[in-house]
Ligand binder design. Sequence first.
Ligand SMILES: Nc1ncnc2c1ncn2[C@@H]1O[C@H](COP(=O)(O)OP(=O)(O)O)[C@@H](O)[C@H]1O
Ligand SMILES: [Mg+2]
Length: 178
Amino acid sequence: MQDLSAHIMDIAQNSIRANATRVEIDVDERDTLAITIRDNGEGMNEETAKRVTDPFFTSRATRRVGLGIPLLVQNAEATGGSVTIRSSPGQGTTVVALFTRSHLDCPPAGDIPGTIVLLAAANPGVEVRYRHATGKGEYSFNSTEAREFLGEVPLDDPEIVAALREMIAENIKEIQTQ
Ligand SMILES: Nc1ncnc2c1ncn2[C@@H]1O[C@H](COP(=O)(O)OP(=O)(O)O)[C@@H](O)[C@H]1O
Ligand SMILES: [Mg+2]
């Protein structure tokens, strides 16, 4: 089964492919685990937005079957949760996935900090914003701010990638309740 970080990577890659210059990833961990991925990319018309939850739909020519969103829907629904997609052409897309945290089938988190840093490092033209909230607190990371802070040092330097991943992981650990 895909862990949550793999879902985040999948959905954020859709945003990148839709030429987004800003991708916001929100993780809200309470009884319900809510993952929101919001972009300012090309968006979809109503018909496409409706069809993307269908496992046999993709707009890509290289592969006939799109699976990122249908898999997310399947895994969220297996926990009693759901996926909502809001999109309009020229405006962008918001995908909200809800998982019931206490459900046995709720996927493990996986390496969310590593995923965020990888997304940021691999897409220098994209502002990757990440916000993680729990009942205990909140942490946010912004790739544009990180690049400004780093100055001449490239964000995709392997040592920087490792350090940022560690930093995010430590901050998340501090706000986690269990
Ligand atoms: N954020 C997005 N912005 C614009 N179009 C999107 C977005 N996310 C998904 N889509 C559309 O939905 C289709 C299906 O997405 P997905 O299920 O992830 O499969 P795949 O990425 O393999 O095509 C994409 O091919 C694309 O046309
Ligand atoms: Mg996809």
